[in-house]
Design a protein around this ligand. Sequence first.
Ligand code: T3D
Length: 268
Amino acid sequence: MSVLRHADGEPLLLSVDGGVARLTLNRPDKLNAFTVGLHHSFMQALDQIEADSRVRVVLITGAGRAFCAGQDLGERDVESEKPLDLGANIEAFYNPLARRLVGLKYPLVCAVNGVAAGAGANLALLADLVLAKRSARFIQSFAKIGLSPDCGGTWTLPHLVGQARAMGLALTAEPIDATRAEAWGMIWKAVDDDRFDTEVENLLAALATAPTAGLVEIKRAIRAAWSRTLDSHLDHERDTQRQLGLTQDYREGVRAFKAKRPPNFIGG
Ligand code: T3D
């Protein structure tokens, strides 16, 4: 395993092994809440991941009992008379982060190992696949502190669960547990706590040995669908299939099927 950065006190850990880039939010005492330092580390880690040709899938998870409690409120001096420009923080950190995560070429998996609140909840909802421990909760905490969801939450929530449920979650800040989040289509799977690590590893191993070029096009097409008509999307699907039909992995997949043997995909 190659550990690119892994030092005590680092707010974010990154390792790359077996095609999987693992990002671990690492401020467990503060439930992995976002600080400026964590944001900077995140951007550097994404630079490293994007430059690493070994990577075929990206994982984000949290250290300790939480996934992420959103913005570290300790960084906000609400006693000072000086006005706070939260928009500047969103512009500098959360929006670039959201855009980079959504734009990642390879499948992005979030393993929600515990509570995900505020921007932490919405960070998870940007992933292509979200697995959550059954004991985990998602909380749109913003309404409790006079804010409105960020990190894409007012976009992802209605797309994922519909307006009524999005409104309910955001206006009340009621926690939703992982079982219900799965039932509502907000996440891919709620997994029993004792099976969670195994399920996450199985999923990562499957994605890291899958025909990567195909997965890249699948996520691109599904994400692009939100802003396209069916008619133009049919053209996109034709072009994608033409391109994928030229890959070694397509030939390998069909050969393996015909030979009744497991495929050995190279990723392109
Ligand atoms: O400011 C901007 O830039 C705008 C952008 C905003 C984005 C946002 O994310 S706004 C929303 C911010 N997040 C929240 O409002 C969530 C606050 N946290 C909570 O509501 C609860 O902690 C949880 C429901 C997430 C978990 O509750 P519980 O009972 O399991 O844990 P706890 O005891 O509340 O927290 C444990 C520790 O983590 C505690 O520290 P301590 O007392 O042991 O030293 C707590 O203060 C700390 N912690 C939890 N969340 C945050 C935090 N510290 C700083 N910021 C946090 N967000």
